[in-house]
Design a protein. Structure first.
Length: 111
């Protein structure tokens, strides 16, 4: 019986380690991805030569959709792991809106 308790403690410890890694790595990816997307959006919006090209508008829409994927996919997971309360489980409407935004943005973001 002692080995079962030891195994259970080890599994719980590994689960906690994975959650902490996901929080910090996910938060790092969210911050770096947001900075990269903002720099790209600003450069596409500011350069006069890029404003009129169809490819630039397509890439601009892709960057915005990529940011939505980061926000809807990672932010709620990071909030859940930090606060131990899942914001998506609090509301059915929020869960449906998150699913719709994430799925649509994922299709547009060229992933």
């Amino acid at each position: 019986m002692d080995s079962v308790g030891k195994d259970l403690r080890e599994i719980t410890h590994l689960h906690d380690v994975v959650e902490y890694l996901f929080v910090y790595i996910g938060l790092t990816v969210l911050v770096i991805g947001t900075i990269g997307n903002l720099i790209s959006v600003i450069s596409f919006a500011r350069l006069a030569g890029l404003k009129t090209l169809t490819r630039s508008l397509f890439l601009l829409a892709s960057l915005i959709a990529s940011q939505l994927v980061l926000t809807t996919g990672l932010l709620t997971r990071v909030i859940r792991d930090f606060s131990r309360a899942d914001p998506v489980n609090q509301s059915v409407d929020l869960s449906k809106a998150r699913w719709m935004l994430r799925t649509t943005s994922d299709a547009v973001s060229l992933r």
